[in-house]
Design a protein around this ligand. Structure first.
Ligand SMILES: [Zn+2]
Length: 137
């Protein structure tokens, strides 16, 4: 069985159960209007977060985060309660491939996130909306 259809999705490991419960409702609602989505990022280690932080600073690419993973932690990292408090999602195109195209209804996703009491799109120290990102309040 391909890993992306496994009943145990490793992207869900150690994500706060309240966040998983809410994200499942959101993904079901998006699927119901024919816009399937998937979780791309759950918990990140400090090393993975630091690699993201290096993008646009110490290696090529656009800056995508201000959390360096060590001095400044992302909500994707395990918190004191033992869980990650953030998830990133993307859409699936008609071939089932992940897509971040702005032609997909990100606004509907954002509104659903807020409707279930989550914070959506917040990127620290930035006015840019981080469309895939959702986290516990
Ligand atoms: Zn995120």
């Amino acid at each position: 069985m391909p890993s992306n259809t496994s009943p145990i999705d490793k992207r869900r490991i150690n994500v706060h159960p309240e966040l998983l419960e809410k994200i499942d409702k959101i993904l079901a609602a998006m699927r119901a209007i024919s816009f399937p989505m998937m979780i791309t990022d759950g918990v990140r280690t400090a090393e993975v977060q630091h690699e993201l932080w290096r993008q646009g600073r110490e290696r090529i690419g656009n800056i995508v985060t201000n959390a360096d993973g060590y001095n400044f932690k992302s909500n994707h990292q395990i918190r004191d309660d033992g869980f990650g408090h953030a998830i990133d999602c993307c859409f699936l195109d008609p071939n089932g491939k992940p897509t971040w195209s702005m032609s997909y209804p990100w606004k509907a996703y954002s509104e659903l996130c807020m409707a279930v009491g989550l914070n959506h799109g917040i990127k620290l120290n930035s006015t840019v909306i981080d469309w895939p990102h959702v986290e516990l309040k």
